[in-house]
Design a protein around this ligand. Sequence first.
Ligand code: SME
Length: 150
Amino acid sequence: MTLQERIEEYELLVKQIKAMAADETDPVALMANASSLLEEVFGWHWVGFYRVIDNQLIVGPFQGPVACTRIAYNKGVCGTTWAKKETIIVPDVDLFPGHIACSSLSRSEIVVPLFDEKGEVKAVLDIDSKERDAFDETDKKYLELFCQAL
Ligand code: SME
């Protein structure tokens, strides 16, 4: 997919998730359809959400192989995203200290935080690729817009 095609796909996805969020308020229902939308377009290895529940991350709706169910604050890429409150791109998971390998096939990943109205992280969007260096600033920009629209 060219950069231009990727941008066009993302712009459509942001519109679609905005339309879905206008009609539905249940977060799990929205996350379920959001992970399906992203997987259908990009075919990533794993795409899904971890929700902050009782001060830990618990796996939510996703597409892909079985994943770790719980991740502690500041652990792995997801827990670090929660602690830092910012998107993290990991070009090579083998070089990220403390990466949690739910699937040995994951080579790179991006994790994007979702915020509540008080600015606290309520969930993270975690996307894993079998390719190294699969995510860049374009993915960060549009996935952040996508998460804001949720
Ligand atoms: N990549 C995550 C673990 C979750 S699985 O990849 C689905 C991490 O290190 O936070």
